[in-house]
Design a protein around this ligand. Structure first.
Ligand code: NAD
Ligand code: UDP
Length: 310
């Protein structure tokens, strides 16, 4: 059986390709290299079971596959706000094209959705049954609403066309191969700490996030794909909630950095609290995140050190 991974040269996509190949699968990766890099999958290019195709999912494609992991979409606010119309097209047209393909070749398809569908939530922690609080005209809407439409497409292709779908709602994930310039909080703080530059805290740093290490996340995604009879949506994330300030302090300690904290204005619509309720993942998949934040950060810091040297 062939696995198709869209967004294969990105952060999560490249780790997912590693994991699927390690399980003995054949993998076709699609990417338009907007935020992904060939470097992320260079070590796979000699593997006869791996094929990388330059393709933009806003155009249709015809391929044979048994499983489609649909990850293509920029994920960091800086990247998805760079060309918001393109972000919407990627989520909406990209998901329509991948669902059309799944329907045609009878593949099972998993959407990499996001905790952003909950917007700036009034319920805490967020359960799958919560509908969210998203500003449809705010700066994050191209991403949040794009993913909400993508979820609706998944549900409706399932009901109307019998496509075998899975919706994974992924919470903030970090690890090696995050793009250095992606502006996300973990990559920003590690880079700033390693360069002894000021750590840029947006707002007062009291907002929270829950960070999941990439190996845990990829395991959850692969398990969900192979789970029969449960379409989701399903939260995948680490429920250990930390403030942005606590994250900065942990990274300063682990890097031994001399960086000072610098407070900057909070971006519009920045969610105040975010933490997954993972009871359903435990029940349906027997899955939960295992890597503690400090351990995952150590691995990520080591990777960033190597990248900076190179
Ligand atoms: P990423 O930016 O590293 O990877 C996205 C990949 O998709 C890149 O390789 C990019 O070049 C590719 N891509 C973008 N637009 C495309 C298009 N039109 N056609 C083909 N390829 C395209 O981001 P990531 O962190 O690896 O995220 C992967 C997926 O997981 C995304 O769908 C994202 O929304 C979702 N997600 C990620 C997180 C996280 O914390 N990393 C959280 C929630 C959801
Ligand atoms: N953030 C910060 N400094 C930075 C980058 C981000 O304080 O240099 C904050 C940001 O305002 C948000 C949190 O960290 O509250 C997570 O931001 P990120 O862009 O990583 O992801 P998202 O907001 O999409 O969860």
């Amino acid at each position: 059986m062939i696995d198709l991974v869209t967004g294969a040269a990105g952060f999560l996509g490249s780790h997912l390709c590693d994991a699927l190949l390690a399980r003995g699968h054949e993998v076709i990766g699609l990417d338009n290299f907007f935020t992904g890099r060939k470097e992320n999958v260079r070590h796979l290019l000699g593997d006869p079971r791996f094929e990388l195709i330059r393709h933009d999912v806003t155009s249709p494609i015809l391929l044979e596959a048994g499983r489609i992991y649909h990850l293509a979409c920029p994920a960091s606010p800086i990247h998805y706000q760079y060309n918001p119309v393109k972000t919407i097209k990627t989520s909406v047209l990209g998901t329509i094209h991948m669902l059309g393909l799944a329907k045609r070749v009878k593949a099972r398809i998993l959407l990499a959705s996001t905790s952003e569908v909950y917007g700036d939530p009034e319920q805490h922690p967020q359960r799958e049954s919560y509908w969210g609080r998203v500003n449809p005209i705010g700066p994050r809407s191209c991403y949040d609403e794009g993913k909400r439409v993508a979820e609706s497409l998944m549900v409706n292709y399932r009901a109307q066309n019998g496509v075998d779908t899975r919706i994974a709602r992924i919470f903030n994930t970090y690890g090696p191969r995050m793009a250095l310039n992606d502006g996300r909080v973990v990559s920003n703080f590690i880079l700033q700490a390693l360069r002894h530059e000021p750590i840029t805290i947006f707002g007062r740093g009291e907002q929270t996030r829950s960070f999941c290490y990439v190996s845990d996340l990829v395991e959850g995604v692969a398990l969900m794909m192979e789970q029969d009879g449960f379409a989701g949506p399903l939260n995948l994330g680490n429920p250990q909630e930390v403030t942005v300030l606590e994250l900065a302090e942990t990274i300063l300690r682990l890097t031994g950095s001399r960086s000072k904290l610098e407070f900057r204005p909070l971006p519009a619509d920045d969610p105040e609290r975010r933490c997954p309720d993972v009871a359903l993942a435990r029940e349906k998949l027997g899955w939960e995140a295992r890597v503690p934040l400090a351990d995952g950060l150590r691995e990520t810091i080591a990777h960033f050190r190597r990248e900076l040297k190179a």
